[in-house]
Design a protein around this ligand. Structure first.
Ligand SMILES: [Zn+2]
Length: 320
């Protein structure tokens, strides 16, 4: 494993903020293909850091015991927004900069936007494939899923199906994606899977470890690791979701949402997902019912709820 610092910024008080790349080179020096894993672009989304830890640990062991299996090159950027991570902040602090909203823009001159553009250039130089790992925001817990913008679906669906994700959610393009890492890499013909799992500020191993096994399989599938000399990982075929199959439960009242289900459960139409309660008057304002049958893949974790807020998403099972 070769460690390289690709961004190094001196702090006002002398320390440094650094973005590090770990590279596992091809055994014979001529990589068949190269892949990059990126985590922590949003500094409070820690699931990807743990996923990178698991992948790095496994690859280090392989390098020690079976170095010949590295036919391609693996690059890992485990902490892409070090300033955000150190302050448990989604954004690059002080500037309030979202590193995943300035990619490909070349317009900003703040420290964070320069770091984002150096990171982007480094990934482009070293990748034929990429995986950008995110977690949800403070409000929701998500089952492991890969989000695919419609225009890239033909290329990405077969790849995303090899990662052991529970779901692939194919959704239309929206303006805000134009400055994301995933969109820009895909535009550059570097097939990039955008992973979303768990919730920010937390690490849920059961939502990350299946993806770890999936990514180790993906490396074999792409021929970056030599599958002939490694025992296979089994991956499940994911459920592919299009917008019409995503059904939302939303709040009719403002209050505290007390859920009675877990993400990953299969629910039936009308099943009570939880209640919205009023802490001041001691009233139950609403029993929240599942609007459709299917797999509950997004669940509100933050109880403070306003009328109209999203409470849950269900992958609609149209046959039941
Ligand atoms: Zn994110």
């Amino acid at each position: 494993m070769k460690t390289e610092t690709i961004v190094s910024i001196k702090n006002a008080l002398g320390g440094r903020l650094e973005i590090v790349r770990q590279t596992f080179p091809a055994h014979n020096g001529k990589p068949t293909k190269r892949i990059s894993f990126v985590a922590g672009l949003h500094g409070d989304e820690l699931a990807g850091l743990y996923l990178c830890h698991l992948i790095t640990r496994a690859l280090r062991e392989l390098q020690d015991t079976q170095p010949e299996v590295f036919l391609g090159e693996v690059n890992i950027y485990p902490a892409a927004n070090p300033a955000g991570i150190h302050s448990a902040n989604r954004l690059w602090p002080f500037y309030g900069l979202d590193m995943n909203r300035v990619i490909g823009q070349e317009s900003g001159h703040s420290v964070g936007s320069r770091a984002a553009s150096q990171l982007y250039r480094d990934i482009i130089k070293r990748s034929e494939y990429a995986v950008d790992i995110h977690a949800s925001n403070l409000h929701f817990l998500e089952l492991p899923q890969i989000r695919v913008i419609e225009e890239f679906a033909i290329d990405l669906l077969p790849l995303a199906s090899e990662t052991n994700a529970d779901l692939i959610w194919v959704h239309p393009m929206a303006g805000l994606f134009e400055s994301t890492l995933g969109y820009n890499l895909n535009q550059e013909k570097i097939p990039t899977l955008v992973v979303e799992t768990g919730i920010c500020h937390r690490i849920h191993p059961p939502l990350i470890e299946p993806l770890y096994r999936g990514m180790m399989h993906y490396l074999r599938h792409l021929g970056i690791l030599d599958a002939n000399y490694l025992s296979p990982e089994t991956v499940r075929p994911p459920r592919v979701l299009y917008p019409k199959q995503v059904v939302q439960a939303t709040a009719n009242h403002s209050g505290l949402f007390i859920s009675r289900v877990q993400a990953g459960e299969t629910v039936h139409a009308g099943q009570v997902l939880g209640q919205i309660v009023d802490a001041v008057e001691g009233e139950v304002l609403e029993d929240v019912a599942a609007p459709a049958a299917g797999l509950l893949f997004t669940l509100r974790e933050h109880p403070l709820t306003h009328a109209g807020a999203l409470l849950a998403r269900i992958a609609w099972d149209s046959e039941s």
